[in-house]
Design a protein around this ligand. Sequence first.
Ligand code: 5GP
Length: 121
Amino acid sequence: MAYDPNNVFAKILRGEIPCDKVYEDEWALAFRDIRPQAPVHVLVIPKGAYVSMDDFSATASADEIAGFFRALGTVARQLGVAEPGYRTLANIGEDGGQEVPHLHFHIFAGRRLGRMVAKPE
Ligand code: 5GP
């Protein structure tokens, strides 16, 4: 899938839409999800224009990949959720349930998070 520069996270990165920012560095931006599904629900996105994990892993530079995943861990520590724990989740593509076509990792925390994957209804 080609990257759509008008997706909502691209607009957030350009400052065209506000966000509740919790962290930013050269490689990543983290902000609170607008519809939180846990007491802590933060989205961490790379600054580059990547749709998916396969896209990112195949085409991002080593510095971008390292910087992004270091940021993901930094955000979890900064949120104070490393203990008692949290979940990271990246929905990719149609079957993955991805709504926004800019790669993003959810960080969920603040309660017992239940089983890993819900069964289809
Ligand atoms: P996905 O289903 O693609 O993995 O997750 C997209 C997430 O983005 C959803 O949890 C949704 O609530 C969140 N989201 C969509 N639009 C906005 C927005 O404008 N601002 C913020 N902060 N979150 C958004």
